[in-house]
Design a protein around this ligand. Sequence first.
Ligand SMILES: Nc1ncnc2c1ncn2[C@@H]1O[C@H](COP(=O)(O)OP(=O)(O)OP(=O)(O)O)[C@@H](O)[C@H]1O
Ligand SMILES: [Mg+2]
Length: 370
Amino acid sequence: MRPSATGCTSSAATASPSFFSSGRPQFGSAPQLEVLAAADGVAAGVLAEIREAMNVHSVLRGQVVTFTTSHYEPGAGGVTFVRRPTVSAAEVVLPEGLLARVERHVLGIGRHRAELAAAGQHLKRGVLLYGPPGTGKTHTVRHLVGAAQDSTVILLSGLSLQLVTQAADTARALQPAIVVLEDCDLVAEERGHFSSSPLLFEVLDALDGLAADCDVVFLLTTNRADVLEPALAQRPGRVDLAVEIPLPDARARRALLDLYAAELPFGPDVLDEVAVGAEGTTASFAKELVRRSVLRAVERQGEVSDDDLRTSLEEMMADGGALTRVLLGGAGPADRRGRASGAGPEFATFPGVVPASGPAASAVAAGWDE
Ligand SMILES: Nc1ncnc2c1ncn2[C@@H]1O[C@H](COP(=O)(O)OP(=O)(O)OP(=O)(O)O)[C@@H](O)[C@H]1O
Ligand SMILES: [Mg+2]
């Protein structure tokens, strides 16, 4: 807002962050609104009302969106709408009580926002899900996003993580909101457009920049907690819940087989046997194992049998398929020892963090849109 020499008030508003479109960014033509009024304060009032109406009626409100970067102008880009996923809690196989803990923090605080605010408690929260590839971090996020029906959700991953400041502004304007920062280790050392510090610091600073009473969740995932740890140690207090999503134990592997083979006629004994035999593998491994078994049956034009499951497990665990096994999150010869048990070195920030090993950390597809 600029008071003019004549005493009139002249104010300009560029597009609100919750209205992410700019006319023709390649020519620098971001939309602008100017209001002139005869009396002081009138223009500011009009603009405030317009801004409020933009936020209330924003097409992004209550939607799940991703931001994309522009070739022409850093900071200006597009918005893509994504269908809100529906993943029930029963479809997420995690250690006892773990999902409930995450849900309480992400969804419970929002559900009780009025009571918490009345009791002087802050609403803003940062949650980190970490663990080996293919264990269900993205899957858990999809469940949370599906359950947070009234929240605006902004998904950022890879290069779009550099738009974190815009995402935070939009989240503030359209709260309740969730900003998902997928695989944020990928930007731990990358520099942003506007700053010389690593992009990850921008992510953490954006979280810090939000007022405490914002009903905004920053949901971070990584399979390289070791890469994140120094940045988190330097910017303490941004992440208030860090949860390890571990490799499934035998009970969880059995539950995963039950989940993914629910429609198939496998006997309980073979499922028990295969759950034990698949020691050291991930949840996504169990899913792929079932698909391979069905494929075998389809190829010979027969019914899928217990033997198909056994043979597929043998094939997938065989040494000859070592790279495939690693890509699917099966244990390599060197990392069979500690990962499934959760044993490993402790980080100062999050006791019990186990650095994910294995070269395929980012090779497994994120699987957001499956
Ligand atoms: N805990 C789980 N319960 C049920 N299914 C799971 C679980 N974990 C993974 N899956 C299945 O495997 C797929 C891949 O898992 P997901 O993308 O969530 O792994 P991730 O932990 O995000 O891995 P990355 O670190 O590589 O991003 C999911 O889409 C889901 O179908
Ligand atoms: Mg993922």
